[in-house]
Ligand binder design. Structure first.
Ligand code: HPA
Length: 272
């Protein structure tokens, strides 16, 4: 608890009496939203006590705190993944710091492989729920009761309330928003076709390598989660004989970034 408090106190010393209401963890494609934050305080992760760690590929992560659509938000420019060597606790550490700063809800986005045969590349999927059988829970170890209970309810992580907002906004904007289950696979290799067939049997609509740890820690401490995945490819084996060789997730993100970022922006004022 002391570590989280020291991280939060450092951030408070920089942002004065401003307090973020929404945490935004933006995956492939729409990280640029961090550059559209107004009156931004930009804080390198490396400066924040205990926050760790710049990302493994050399991109220094930064926290951007300021206004988006008139709401004070905290954006993570650069996120951590377990496949980079971080633990689930490290990946989700910023969520608890956000909680101590007063954040009530979180938007998390990612790129994912489509498993549901009705989906197409470029589609956006509202995450209704997730499956994480791989990797340890970030809640492993002594429970910090100030954040939440030992055995935490996971029945409404991606809350119905926030999903309804996103569905209404997408309908108004003419965006075809799918809704489905995000299945976590640890990566960094893509899945085998046999693994993807198993994911489909188990109820996954899309498969990806992020998000579930942050969402779990958010649920534990009472932060509501809105999750949206961009289908960057059909998952392995869905298209017979197609390979994922050379798949450029960022490039597919580039093509959908306008509708994706517009949808996220439109939800922000209704999430506070
Ligand atoms: N599998 C896992 N993660 C992903 C994929 C995929 O096919 N596409 C984008 N992220």
């Amino acid at each position: 608890m002391q570590r989280y408090t020291e991280s939060a106190d450092y951030i408070k010393s920089i942002i004065g009496d401003r307090r973020p209401e929404i945490l935004m963890i933006l995956g492939s494609g729409i990280g640029f939203l961090a550059d559209e934050i107004e009156n931004a305080a930009v804080i390198p992760y490396a400066d924040i006590p205990h926050f760790g760690v710049s990302t493994v590929d050399g991109h220094a992560g930064k926290l951007v705190i300021g206004e988006l659509e008139g709401v004070c938000v905290m954006v993570m420019r650069g996120r951590m993944h377990c496949y980079e060597g971080y633990t689930p606790q490290q990946v989700s550490y910023p969520v608890r710091v956000a909680k101590l700063l007063g954040v009530k809800s979180m938007i998390v986005t990612n790129a994912a492989g489509a498993v549901n045969l009705d989906y197409a590349v470029g589609d956006l999927m509202l995450i209704s729920d997730h499956i994480r059988f791989m990797g340890m829970s970030p809640l492993t170890g002594p429970n910090i009761d100030e954040f939440g209970p030992r055995f935490c309810d996971m029945s409404n992580v991606y809350t119905k309330e926030l999903r309804t907002i996103a569905k209404n906004k997408a309908a108004e904007m003419g965006i075809n928003l799918r809704e489905g289950v995000y299945f976590y696979c640890a990566g960094p290799q893509f899945e085998t076709p046999a693994e993807i067939r198993a994911v489909a049997v188990l109820g996954g609509d899309a498969v990806g390598m992020s998000t579930v740890f942050e969402a779990t820690v958010a649920a534990h401490c009472g932060i509501k989660v809105l999750g949206i995945s961009l289908m960057s490819n059909m998952a392995a084996g869905i298209i017979p004989d197609a390979l994922l060789d050379g798949l450029d997730v960022e490039e597919v993100g580039e093509r959908s970034k306008d509708s994706f970022s517009a949808l996220v922006r439109a939800c922000v004022p209704y999430m506070r």
